[in-house]
Ligand binder design. Sequence first.
Ligand code: FNR
Length: 366
Amino acid sequence: EMPLLEQCYNLLDFEAVARRVMKKGAWGYYSSAADDEITLRENHAAFHRIWFRPKILVDVEKVNFSTTMLGTKVDAPFYVTATALGKLGHVEGEVVLTRAARKHNVIQMIPTLASCSFDEIIDAAEGDQVQWLQLYVNKDRAITQRIVEHAEKRGCKGLFITVDAPQLGRREKDMRSKFMDPGSNVQNGQQTDNSQGAARAISSFIDPGLSWADISWFRSITKMPIMLKGVQRVEDVLKAIEAGVQGVVLSNHGGRQLDFARSGIEVLAETMPVLRELGLEDKIEIYIDGGIRRATDIIKALCLGAKGVGIGRPFLYAMSAYGFDGVDRAMQLLKDEMEMNMRLIGATSVGELNQSLVDTRSLFNH
Ligand code: FNR
């Protein structure tokens, strides 16, 4: 029998419930990752190799973990990252995440391959709520240009170009179930073929020819900040700065693309010392995603120099298990964990989180 929402005490609890209540194919699509899922496991495991060096006797009665992301004030240093096919988990799809993001004053990144239409997700936002767009670049650049211009017109405040998916990875769990719920089809009008699982079916339009040379074209068609999502080495962070983008997400797509890609947190630890050495750390905003399940994970990322973190599956699982109330509780649990752990580490604001508060000696040696 189904655990009550109140019995979910952390983000991992939602995963256990989702696994039991979701249809097999939908669970397969959300939970799967590439090949042997080594990177999927490593994403969370990498955080286990970072330890804290807390400060004592700091007055932590008042703790504030609000911050800004691309100029937007948010109540917590996490955002809802883009995940395709929201209706596999909940009949209402991505708009459930929109409402929860609104309640907690965090940003939602809208996926190109959402189940709801882009305008439905925009219309579900209220007041000055901020949303970003995740972009898969179409071989037909006219289609991409229309999507980008429409997003800017509708008020999107950031364009996150996914750069780790010239071809969708092999998610064998998903392929085995050959699943495509007719009610959850994406709204992009593409011809689909579900013989290779949901992921392959929806992604055939993505341009494997996308390259650095295209970045200036994006700059010419939009004033939105341009971000590269899926950067995996410091050399490419430096190229991104040269290309004039506003930021990067160090990410391996939740382990769904290249198996044996390193975790975002490890790439972050490789990147920041180089940027500091070159005096470039203020030239770009750096985010990470992948495997973030606890506020301690978020705090570690901020200590190492991330501006914020993206969270994918946990919110999908919370939504699939309990709808809006689930995502609401998941976000509140993270905020409660943030407050407690900031106190225990001896920091009263995100500005006080720095390298001296973490011990990363085991991160690279394992
Ligand atoms: C994703 N992700 C993703 N990324 C992207 O750029 N475009 C997309 O359409 C999707 N779709 C998608 C679907 C599902 C079901 C998952 C789980 C993930 C990747 C996502 O944005 C993010 O990088 C990871 O989800 C982060 O890892 P965690 O938080 O899921 O561990």
